[in-house]
Design a protein around this ligand. Structure first.
Ligand SMILES: [Zn+2]
Length: 130
């Protein structure tokens, strides 16, 4: 039930990198909210965020993940309804509780604004990253 995340995010978006909907470029998450890039989904790499914005959530459902049973909602871009990932509502495994309330955005469904050439400061080359 919509908390007004939109206002919170838009004001500071210009000054920080983040992730946008691949279809309509709507802002979805700030890179300062990024928790982990180590997630995987059916479609490939996925990112975990503390918080994301401009999302519509689908119905809650139980889903068996590689890390155990979770209650999740699929999340969609609130502008164009493109499916961009899912949100963890509940984790049954104690070790997975930290994910509750956090949001996964699938790499294949979003655009990394920081890699889009907007600001050139730091980190654009990763050639010696093992
Ligand atoms: Zn969109």
């Amino acid at each position: 039930m919509g908390r007004p995340f939109v206002e919170w995010f838009e004001g500071r978006y210009n000054s920080c990198a983040g992730y946008s909907c691949k279809m309509c470029r709507c802002n979805l998450a700030s890179s300062s909210e990024l928790v982990s890039r180590q997630f995987h989904s059916k479609h490939g790499r996925a990112y975990l965020f503390n918080q994301a914005v401009n999302l519509q959530t689908g119905p809650r459902e139980e889903r068996m993940m590689t890390t155990g049973l979770h209650v999740v909602c699929d999340v969609y871009c609130s502008k164009c309804m493109w499916p961009v990932g899912w949100k963890y509502e509940l984790a049954y495994e104690k070790s997975q509780k930290y994910k509750e309330g956090k949001v996964i955005l699938e790499r294949a469904c979003v655009v990394d604004v920081s890699e889009d050439g907007e600001d050139g400061e730091g980190g654009e080359t990763e050639s010696d990253d093992y």
